[in-house]
Write a protein of this length. Structure first.
Length: 179
């Protein structure tokens, strides 16, 4: 297993630790800060694994499959935890998760027809803003300006979710014609 794939696996392994620290009232000092550190480290592995895989020609089928799945698992786990903690509205999470199911369906259809669909820039922006949104929501700073910033980033992440879905469908509409 190469380094980019190990980073992807590490991201998946970190998820339960993140969830436990964020949701459970454990006798650990600053447990939400530790959860935040884990989330940031996991998010950075997403940035690193792709850069390393492309730079050193270490792209694998495992990486093509697991990298986006690991991202979805991390982001969706975090958002569900934030709904549980009443920091994020469920309807926002529902829209974001539905988008992920639609994209996964497209990828399955494409894979059946031996078509590889590359991630687009809108999707990368969406993921970045979702991760920033999650960081801000975990920080949960009780300050009017911070709360406005957090709300703005949340709505930008939601808008990018919808825009990236529309872009993905338009760019890959021919996938549906093959079936």
């Amino acid at each position: 297993m190469n380094l980019p794939n190990k980073l992807t696996v590490l991201r998946v392994v970190l998820i339960p630790f993140f969830v436990i620290l964020l949701l459970f009232d454990l006798p650990i000092a600053n447990r939400e800060i530790w959860a935040l550190v884990i989330f940031i480290v996991a998010s950075l592995t997403d940035l690193l694994d792709g850069k390393i895989a492309r730079k050193y020609n270490l792209v694998t089928n495992f990486g093509k499959f697991m990298d986006p799945l690991a991202d979805k698992m991390l982001v969706c786990s975090a958002m569900i935890c934030l709904v549980e903690k009443s920091r994020l509205s469920a309807w926002i999470v529902i829209i974001i998760i539905c988008r992920e199911f639609i994209i996964s369906g497209f990828r399955l259809i494409a894979a059946e027809n031996n078509i590889v669909i590359a991630a687009g820039w809108w999707g990368k922006f969406k993921t970045t803003f979702q991760m920033i949104m999650i960081i801000l929501l975990i920080l949960n700073i009780d300050n009017a300006y911070f709360m406005i910033l957090t709300q703005a980033v949340t709505y930008i992440a939601l808008a990018l979710t919808i825009i990236s879905l529309a872009d993905y469908i338009v760019r890959n509409k021919d996938v549906l014609k093959t079936n």
